[in-house]
Design a protein around this ligand. Structure first.
Ligand code: ATP
Ligand code: MG
Length: 200
C-alpha cells in the first residue's frame, strides 16, 4: 500500500533539475516516497556511462533525503527495460496501484512513441513537470495523444532549472564549473572517476 513516485531517467549524471521535480511531486501528490530508477543501456542514446556509475551517483544524490530511494531494477536487467514493464514490476513490489511516474515536459512530445504508452497511462498517474525550453502546449501538439490520454497527465509547475545532463557533460569536457548544478557528492564522484572527460 502507499503512494509512490517513480522517476526514470538515464541520470548521466543526476542533477538538481531531477531532484527539484521529484521533491515538488512528492509534496504536491503527498507521496510516501520517490524511487529514482536509472535506466539500463538505452537504445536511443548512443554512448551512455556504465550503469554502475550512474547508479552510484543517483544513490549519492538521494541518500540524505528520507523519502528518496534509488532502485537497481533496470540496471540489473540485461539490455533496456521499458517503463511499462518497470511500473508493472514496482506495482507488485510496492503492493500499490497508486504510482506516480514523474517526467519533465520534454517527455510528453514523444510519449506516443513509447512501448505500450496507452497501457502505461492506465497503470500509473503521469506527472509532467515544467522544464525550461519545453512548452507544454508545443509538446502536446506534436504528441498526437488523444484528449482522453492528455487527461491522464498531471502538469506540475516546478521551480525552473535550465539544467540538463547533456550540458553537465559538456561543462566537464570544457573544464567549466558544475558546482551547484549537481549535488557536491556527485560533483566529487565525477572528478574522482574522471567521467565525461572525452566526447560522447
Ligand atoms: P540528457 O540531456 O542526457 O537527456 P536530462 O537532463 O534530460 O539528460 P534524463 O535522465 O534524460 O536527464 O531525464 C530524466 C527525467 O528528468 C526526464 O523525465 C526529464 O524530462 C526530467 N528532467 C531532466 N531535467 C529536468 C529539469 N531541469 N527540470 C525538470 N525535469 C527534468
Ligand atoms: Mg533527457
Amino acid at each position: 500500500m502507499g503512494r509512490y513516485g517513480v522517476m526514470g531517467g538515464t541520470f548521466d549524471p543526476i542533477h538538481l533539475g531531477h531532484l527539484v521535480a521529484a521533491q515538488a511531486a512528492l509534496h504536491e501528490f503527498e507521496l510516501d516516497a520517490v524511487y529514482f530508477v536509472p535506466s539500463g543501456q538505452p537504445p536511443h542514446k548512443r554512448h551512455v556511462t556504465d550503469g554502475e556509475h550512474r547508479y552510484v551517483m543517483t544513490l549519492l544524490a538521494t541518500a540524505a533525503n528520507p523519502r528518496f530511494y534509488t532502485s537497481r531494477v533496470e540496471i540489473d536487467r540485461v539490455g533496456y527495460s521499458y517503463t511499462y514493464d518497470t511500473i508493472l514490476y514496482l506495482r507488485q513490489e510496492f503492493n500499490s496501484d497508486e504510482i506516480y511516474f514523474i517526467t519533465g515536459a520534454d517527455v510528453i512530445s514523444h510519449l506516443h512513441t513509447w512501448y505500450r504508452y496507452r497501457e502505461l497511462l492506465q497503470v500509473c498517474h503521469f506527472v509532467a513537470a515544467t522544464r525550461p525550453g519545453f512548452a507544454f502546449d508545443d509538446a502536446l501538439q506534436s504528441s498526437s495523444l488523444t484528449a482522453a490520454e492528455v487527461e491522464r497527465i498531471s502538469f506540475l509547475e516546478v521551480p525552473s532549472l535550465a539544467i540538463s545532463s547533456t550540458d553537465i557533460r559538456q561543462r566537464v569536457r570544457d573544464g567549466r564549473p558544475i558546482k551547484y548544478l549537481v549535488p557536491s557528492a556527485v560533483e566529487n564522484y565525477i572528478y574522482k572517476h574522471a567521467l565525461y572527460r572525452s566526447g560522447e
